[in-house]
Design a protein. Structure first.
Ligand code: DTP
Ligand code: MG
Length: 778
DNA sequence: TAACAACAGTCCCGAA
DNA sequence: TTCGGGACTGTT
């Protein structure tokens, strides 16, 4: 009997047979490798007459047996034939032949993943195997707490002083690895603090040895899928060094060109850049996803800045001491980032049940889909086929209505109670049993809001059942995080929230296996119903409704107290079916809503609240937008603080006037007028060329690569004509080069005018008055 | 930086 | 000069 934490799984074909190898570590920290030779690949065929299935064959591929099974497809019973084949690689071949006989299903499930699903094993959790030698006889899942054994690494490459592109002809000059109990920097020129090897080749060989000796479960880098490992591989190939990091002695394997990934057999390679960018990217404030910026935001740690542009000349001059420090520092940051995201990453890996390598690279849709597939197996549901191209296009044209947003009345208000449904869409799915298989059942009647549709009340739906489990779990975590004010739990609750909301999105996602417009329509119709219901109830109770968006409702308490606010919460919750629940997030001493530009109408998705500790919670305003000029963002934020906290109109006016003045007199440093904007396509693809695209082209002219996602920092210069003809890269901007008038009219004034007008101050008075003082100065 | 969804504000370009 | 739409970013 062997018990161990499962880290990775991989299969090979030996003597015409698929052999799975499971890699992991036992409770004492000893590495474990076991093989399973008794798992057979298969797919399903749904048909009336299975004749001919057993005889399918092509080349070396053939069917080994066929079993009849009663399964469910989209929650309806079907008879399916389970077609076993001799090799995993036979599946994509024989399924094509089987298409003449019936509908093939589950014919695109990777073999190792199939194994994990069928055996119910969870990576990074315990498994228990009965073995003979190193061969698995039986295997089952257990539970235990895994402690990660990780190693971070980073390479530095030689770059000639005048070049910046990646060129595999340039050598790797340094490699660092970091774990709390082990650090090393390798290089091949004399340097303080490093182990100095004779040559690049020797260094690469040593690197392989170092990693093997440390024997990590997890090897982590920052952008290591796209840079470090492909680079290492290229240099190793050139110098004839096997990059044999695999636990079976195999080399690192890279895959894909646009979306590269580097796999190491038996070790979970985690590219933190990829994971952070995809999972946290949307919510991060950072200007770029450089290791430094990301560490700054996530860890509050900044590494020493070293000018890497000089690494080539420094190397040539043999002055590389500072790069040793720098290289190690990078790996330390990478390691700490790993620790930071570990609770969420571990959570997601265990939930989805795929190896860490795969789990850390999943998109949200893949995540949802693999989770559903895992659950489907245990509930005897067949995995529906992925939609074909035509079906995808058809779905693309469909659009379901979304959430309701209440139009606010511009103004400053006191004592705002903020209510918000906990996991609204997921809780609707669960409480109303929304699932493709429960739509308009024969056995029940009823009608959902806005649509002639109902959902079964008797039979548990597949999707609703799957989400219920996760939702209950998230609720526990969220409550714990609130109770203990624990940021780690909060991060986990957040990851789970996004995941849960992705189930709703997934049901309306064109490429989904489980796709249902009806479900999507139902979910959002219920959501609109529930948020409007709170609004109506609040009004009935005499509250002034100030705002609401999708699942939230903000009430001005007026003469009412916080106790009344809590009573109202009870009232609403009494009318809600489990697991739906409205939460009272907080009562804020003050809040402001403004008009949309050029109208008197209240702007949605733009407001600010002052909390009891005196902090601002700003939503939608320029101050939280990276593509607004820094000066506009700063001034607006200060202004909001003055308006909500100091309540000082004079001070507010003065702030803006002073800022206008400084802009006019060109007194502000360049950093204050920088605008950062992302290019979402390559620069040649633009129909309309805006300032940031013009700036991106300036970068390209300087020989810099601009890719999708590059964030461009620029300023607007004085001059005539279009704004795009007046941009200058922030890095090249000279002091005083910016156009103060542009920033006043197009940036600062728009950001503050609707706030000032709530106070009854007209923007003209601000700019005019300054003009007068300026003139008076002459 | 392909791939969970919809709703919404603002800036600037480009056609009329 | 006006106005619609492309582009980007944020909120839920
Ligand atoms: N990223 C998203 N994808 C799809 N739907 C979303 C997303 N974000 C929000 N929604 C929808 C579904 C949510 O239930 C609803 C309300 O959003 P929100 O209040 O932010 O989250 P939530 O209600 O799910 O969690 P909680 O309020 O407990 O943090 O809006
Ligand atoms: Mg909510």
């Amino acid at each position: 009997m062997t018990r161990f934490f499962l880290v990775d799984i991989h299969y090979t074909i030996e003597a015409g047979k698929a052999i799975l190898r499971l890699y992991g570590r036992d409770g004492k920290g000893k590495p474990v490798t076991l093989k399973d030779e008794n798992f057979e690949p298969y797919f399903y065929v749904v048909c009336d007459d299975p004749a001919g299935l057993e005889d399918l064959k092509e080349d070396d591929f053939h069917v080994t047996k066929v079993e009849k099974e009663e399964k469910l497809l989209l929650e309806k019973p079907v008879t399916a034939y389970k077609v076993y084949v001799n090799l995993p690689t036979a599946v994509p071949v024989l399924r094509e032949l089987a298409k003449d006989i019936g509908q093939t299903l589950e014919d695109d499930v990777l073999f190792a993943r199939r194994y994990l699903i069928d055996k119910g094993l969870t990576p990074l959790d315990l498994v228990e195997a009965e073995v003979e030698g190193d061969s698995i006889k039986t295997i089952k899942a257990e539970t235990g707490t895994y402690t990660p054994k990780g190693l971070a690494f980073d390479i530095e490459t030689y770059t000639p002083p005048d070049r910046k592109e990646i060129d595999y002809d340039n050598p790797i000059i340094m490699i660092a690895v970091y774990a709390p109990d082990y650090q090393k920097v390798l290089t091949w020129k004399k340097a303080k603090g490093a182990e100095v090897l004779d040559s690049e080749k020797a260094m690469l060989e040593r690197f392989v040895d170092v990693v093997k000796a440390y024997d990590p479960d997890i090897l982590t880098g920052y952008a290591s899928d796209g840079f470090d490992l492909p680079y290492l591989l290229a240099r190793c190939k050139k110098l004839k060094v096997p990059l044999a990091l695999g636990k079976d002695g195999s080399s690192v394997i890279t895959k894909g060109r646009s979306r590269q990934e580097a796999r190491i057999t038996g070790i979970a390679h985690v590219d933190l850049y990829k994971f952070i960018r995809r999972v946290l990217g949307r919510t991060m404030k950072t200007q770029s996803f450089s290791l430094n910026n990301v560490s700054q935001e996530l860890l509050g740690e900044k590494k020493q800045e070293v000018d890497l542009d000089n690494i080539g000349s420094a190397w040539d001059a043999g002055k590389i001491d500072e790069f040793v420090e720098y290289n190690l520092q990078d790996t330390k940051l990478t390691y700490n980032l790993m620790l930071k995201v570990w609770p969420s990453l571990l959570e997601m890996t265990k939930i989805v049940g795929l190896p860490l390598f795969d789990a850390s690279r999943l998109s949200f849709s893949q995540f949802v889909e693999w989770y559903m597939m895992k659950k489907a197996f245990s509930m005897n549901e067949l995995f529906p086929a992925k939609p074909g191209y035509r079906e995808q296009t058809r779905r693309m044209g469909q659009r379901a209505q979304g959430g309701y947003v209440y139009e606010p009345e511009p103004g400053v208000y006191d004592n705002i109670a903020v209510y918000d449904y906990r996991s609204l869409y997921p809780s609707i799915i669960v409480s109303h049993n929304i699932s493709p298989g429960t739509v308009n059942c024969e056995c029940c009647k009823g009608k959902i809001p806005e649509h002639d549709m109902h959902f079964c009340k008797k039979k548990q739906g597949f999707v609703s059942g799957v989400i219920k489990e996760l939702l209950d779990y998230r609720t526990t975590i969220k409550k714990q995080s609130q109770k203990n004010k624990d940021v780690v739990l909060e991060a986990r609750a957040y990851a789970l929230k996004v995941l849960l909301n992705s189930f709703y999105g997934y049901l309306g996602f064109a490429m989904a296996r489980w796709y249902s417009t009806q479900c999507v329509e139902a979910i959002t119709a219920y959501a609109r119903h529930y948020v409007k219901d709170v609004i109506a109830k609040a009004e009935k109770q005499g509250f002034a409704v100030r705002y609401g968006d999708t699942d939230s409702c903000m009430l001005e308490l007026g003469k009412k107290t916080e106790k009344d606010a809590k009573k109202f919460l009870q009232l609403v919750n009494k009318g809600l079916a489990d697991p739906m629940e409205l939460e009272l997030e907080d009562v804020f001493p003050a809040g402001i809503w403004v008009a949309t530009k050029g109208t008197a109408q209240g702007a949605k998705k733009r407001y600010a609240l002052l909390d009891k500790e005196g902090n601002l919670k700003i939503r939608g305003f320029e101050s939280v937008r990276r593509n607004a000029a820094v000066i506009a963002r700063k001034t607006q934020q200060e202004l909001l603080m003055i308006v909500l906290k100091d309540r000082d109109k004079e001070k507010a006016v003065k702030l803006v006037k002073d800022t206008v003045d400084k802009l006019r007199k060109n007194e502000l440093p360049i950093e204050d007028v920088v605008i950062t904007t992302q290019v979402q396509k390559t620069t040649d693809k633009y129909e309309s060329v805006g300032p940031h695209v013009a700036a991106a082209k300036l970068m390209e002219n300087k020989g810099r690569t601009v890719k999708k996602g590059t964030i461009v920092a620029y300023i607007v210069k004085k001059g005539e004509g279009k704004i795009r003809d007046r941009v200058q890269l922030a890095e090249d901007a000279r002091q005083g080069e910016y156009d103060g008038e542009y920033y006043i009219t197009n940036s600062l004034v728009p950001a503050v005018e609707n706030i000032l007008s709530v106070l009854g101050v007209s923007p003209e008075s601000i700019t005019e008055a300054t003009q007068q003082t300026t003139l008076a100065g002459f």
